[in-house]
Write a protein that binds this ligand. Structure first.
Ligand code: SF4
Length: 185
Protein backbone atom coordinates (compact mmCIF):
# COMPACT_ATOMS: atom_id res chain seq x y z
CA UNK A 1 0.00 0.00 0.00
CA UNK A 2 2.88 2.36 0.76
CA UNK A 3 6.59 2.62 1.28
CA UNK A 4 8.66 5.19 3.12
CA UNK A 5 11.70 7.20 2.02
CA UNK A 6 13.99 9.34 4.12
CA UNK A 7 15.22 12.87 3.38
CA UNK A 8 17.88 14.57 5.51
CA UNK A 9 19.32 18.07 5.81
CA UNK A 10 21.54 19.85 8.33
CA UNK A 11 21.46 23.53 9.29
CA UNK A 12 22.93 25.60 12.13
CA UNK A 13 20.44 26.78 14.74
CA UNK A 14 21.55 30.39 14.14
CA UNK A 15 20.63 30.15 10.47
CA UNK A 16 17.42 28.24 11.16
CA UNK A 17 16.32 30.87 13.69
CA UNK A 18 17.14 33.67 11.29
CA UNK A 19 15.50 32.22 8.18
CA UNK A 20 12.88 29.69 9.26
CA UNK A 21 11.55 30.63 12.68
CA UNK A 22 8.83 33.20 13.30
CA UNK A 23 7.46 32.57 16.77
CA UNK A 24 4.63 35.19 16.83
CA UNK A 25 3.37 34.10 13.39
CA UNK A 26 3.19 30.40 14.23
CA UNK A 27 1.85 31.04 17.71
CA UNK A 28 -1.18 32.66 16.07
CA UNK A 29 -1.69 29.52 13.92
CA UNK A 30 -1.34 27.30 16.99
CA UNK A 31 -4.07 29.32 18.72
CA UNK A 32 -6.49 28.19 16.01
CA UNK A 33 -5.65 24.49 16.62
CA UNK A 34 -7.72 22.37 19.04
CA UNK A 35 -4.49 21.25 20.73
CA UNK A 36 -3.59 24.79 21.80
CA UNK A 37 -3.36 24.86 25.59
CA UNK A 38 -4.73 21.29 25.67
CA UNK A 39 -1.54 19.29 25.15
CA UNK A 40 1.70 19.78 27.03
CA UNK A 41 3.55 19.43 23.73
CA UNK A 42 1.82 22.55 22.38
CA UNK A 43 1.87 26.27 23.21
CA UNK A 44 1.49 28.24 25.36
CA UNK A 45 4.70 27.27 27.14
CA UNK A 46 6.23 28.33 30.42
CA UNK A 47 9.52 28.98 28.58
CA UNK A 48 10.56 31.08 25.61
CA UNK A 49 10.83 29.00 22.41
CA UNK A 50 13.89 31.03 21.31
CA UNK A 51 15.67 29.99 24.53
CA UNK A 52 14.85 26.38 23.71
CA UNK A 53 16.35 26.63 20.22
CA UNK A 54 19.40 28.46 21.55
CA UNK A 55 20.35 25.59 23.84
CA UNK A 56 21.48 23.75 20.69
CA UNK A 57 23.91 24.38 17.86
CA UNK A 58 22.71 22.29 14.97
CA UNK A 59 19.46 20.98 13.56
CA UNK A 60 19.31 17.74 11.62
CA UNK A 61 16.03 17.75 9.72
CA UNK A 62 14.53 14.31 9.07
CA UNK A 63 11.76 14.07 6.49
CA UNK A 64 9.87 10.78 6.22
CA UNK A 65 7.94 10.50 3.00
CA UNK A 66 5.04 8.04 3.13
CA UNK A 67 4.50 7.17 -0.52
CA UNK A 68 1.28 5.42 -1.49
CA UNK A 69 1.34 3.01 -4.44
CA UNK A 70 -0.49 3.89 -7.64
CA UNK A 71 -3.51 1.65 -7.04
CA UNK A 72 -4.02 3.24 -3.64
CA UNK A 73 -3.71 6.79 -4.99
CA UNK A 74 -6.11 6.14 -7.87
CA UNK A 75 -8.78 4.55 -5.74
CA UNK A 76 -11.75 6.65 -4.61
CA UNK A 77 -12.54 6.51 -0.92
CA UNK A 78 -15.41 7.63 1.26
CA UNK A 79 -14.37 10.39 3.64
CA UNK A 80 -14.61 8.00 6.61
CA UNK A 81 -12.30 5.49 4.89
CA UNK A 82 -9.72 8.16 4.09
CA UNK A 83 -9.73 9.38 7.67
CA UNK A 84 -9.20 5.81 8.90
CA UNK A 85 -6.36 5.10 6.46
CA UNK A 86 -4.63 8.36 7.30
CA UNK A 87 -5.01 7.85 11.04
CA UNK A 88 -3.72 4.26 10.88
CA UNK A 89 -0.79 4.91 8.56
CA UNK A 90 0.34 8.16 10.14
CA UNK A 91 -0.02 6.85 13.66
CA UNK A 92 2.05 3.78 12.84
CA UNK A 93 4.80 5.74 11.10
CA UNK A 94 4.85 8.43 13.80
CA UNK A 95 5.29 5.76 16.42
CA UNK A 96 8.16 4.08 14.52
CA UNK A 97 9.77 7.47 13.97
CA UNK A 98 9.39 8.42 17.62
CA UNK A 99 11.27 5.28 18.72
CA UNK A 100 13.94 5.98 16.14
CA UNK A 101 14.36 9.56 17.37
CA UNK A 102 14.70 8.40 20.99
CA UNK A 103 17.39 5.96 19.86
CA UNK A 104 19.21 8.84 18.09
CA UNK A 105 19.07 10.89 21.29
CA UNK A 106 20.78 8.01 23.11
CA UNK A 107 23.40 7.78 20.41
CA UNK A 108 24.16 11.54 20.43
CA UNK A 109 24.56 12.72 24.03
CA UNK A 110 23.07 16.14 24.74
CA UNK A 111 20.69 15.96 21.78
CA UNK A 112 16.91 16.26 21.79
CA UNK A 113 14.42 15.39 19.10
CA UNK A 114 11.54 17.39 17.70
CA UNK A 115 8.56 15.17 16.94
CA UNK A 116 6.52 15.10 13.75
CA UNK A 117 3.37 16.68 15.15
CA UNK A 118 1.86 17.03 18.58
CA UNK A 119 2.22 14.39 21.28
CA UNK A 120 -0.20 11.49 21.12
CA UNK A 121 1.32 9.17 23.70
CA UNK A 122 -1.81 9.25 25.87
CA UNK A 123 -5.34 8.88 24.64
CA UNK A 124 -6.24 12.00 26.61
CA UNK A 125 -3.57 14.50 27.49
CA UNK A 126 -3.32 15.40 31.18
CA UNK A 127 -3.17 19.15 30.49
CA UNK A 128 -6.91 20.01 30.35
CA UNK A 129 -7.22 18.64 33.91
CA UNK A 130 -4.20 20.69 34.94
CA UNK A 131 -2.29 17.51 35.73
CA UNK A 132 1.40 17.09 34.99
CA UNK A 133 2.44 15.29 31.81
CA UNK A 134 2.13 11.51 32.23
CA UNK A 135 5.41 10.87 30.41
CA UNK A 136 7.51 13.98 30.90
CA UNK A 137 10.65 12.03 29.91
CA UNK A 138 9.12 11.33 26.51
CA UNK A 139 7.40 14.64 25.85
CA UNK A 140 8.86 16.19 22.68
CA UNK A 141 7.89 19.45 21.01
CA UNK A 142 7.41 19.77 17.28
CA UNK A 143 9.19 22.17 14.90
CA UNK A 144 5.99 24.15 14.31
CA UNK A 145 5.10 24.36 18.00
CA UNK A 146 8.41 26.20 18.55
CA UNK A 147 7.71 28.62 15.71
CA UNK A 148 9.51 26.77 12.89
CA UNK A 149 8.14 27.11 9.38
CA UNK A 150 7.66 23.48 8.31
CA UNK A 151 6.47 24.36 4.80
CA UNK A 152 9.62 26.42 4.12
CA UNK A 153 11.81 23.78 5.79
CA UNK A 154 10.38 21.11 3.52
CA UNK A 155 10.76 23.22 0.37
CA UNK A 156 14.14 24.81 0.92
CA UNK A 157 15.99 22.24 2.98
CA UNK A 158 14.49 18.96 1.80
CA UNK A 159 13.59 20.03 -1.76
CA UNK A 160 10.04 18.69 -1.38
CA UNK A 161 6.48 20.00 -1.29
CA UNK A 162 3.84 19.24 1.30
CA UNK A 163 0.84 17.54 -0.27
CA UNK A 164 -2.76 17.67 0.84
CA UNK A 165 -5.71 15.35 0.36
CA UNK A 166 -8.09 15.83 -2.54
CA UNK A 167 -11.73 14.95 -2.10
CA UNK A 168 -12.12 11.18 -2.27
CA UNK A 169 -8.43 10.51 -2.95
CA UNK A 170 -5.29 10.10 -0.95
CA UNK A 171 -2.36 12.33 -1.94
CA UNK A 172 0.70 10.73 -3.59
CA UNK A 173 2.50 11.05 -0.30
CA UNK A 174 2.47 12.46 3.20
CA UNK A 175 5.51 13.94 4.87
CA UNK A 176 6.40 13.61 8.51
CA UNK A 177 8.90 16.29 9.44
CA UNK A 178 10.97 15.77 12.56
CA UNK A 179 14.45 16.78 13.68
CA UNK A 180 17.32 16.11 16.01
CA UNK A 181 18.86 19.12 17.75
CA UNK A 182 22.47 18.62 18.78
CA UNK A 183 24.60 20.78 21.08
CA UNK A 184 27.02 23.47 19.97
CA UNK A 185 30.49 21.97 19.78
S1 SF4 B 1 2.69 12.28 27.20
FE1 SF4 B 1 0.47 12.32 27.51
S2 SF4 B 1 0.19 13.93 29.08
FE2 SF4 B 1 2.23 14.24 28.19
S3 SF4 B 1 1.96 15.72 26.49
FE3 SF4 B 1 1.80 13.64 25.64
S4 SF4 B 1 -0.39 13.22 25.61
FE4 SF4 B 1 -0.06 14.91 27.07
Amino acid sequence: MYQTRRYLADISIDKYLEEYVDIPQFLELCKACPNYNRKWSCPPYDFKPEDYWNKYGKMHVIGTKIIFDEATINQKYATEEIINIVKTVIKKEQSLLFDELLALEEKYPGSISLAAGSCSLCENCARPDSNACNHADKLRYSIESLGGNVDKTVKKLLGLELQWMREGNLPEYFLLVSALLTPSI
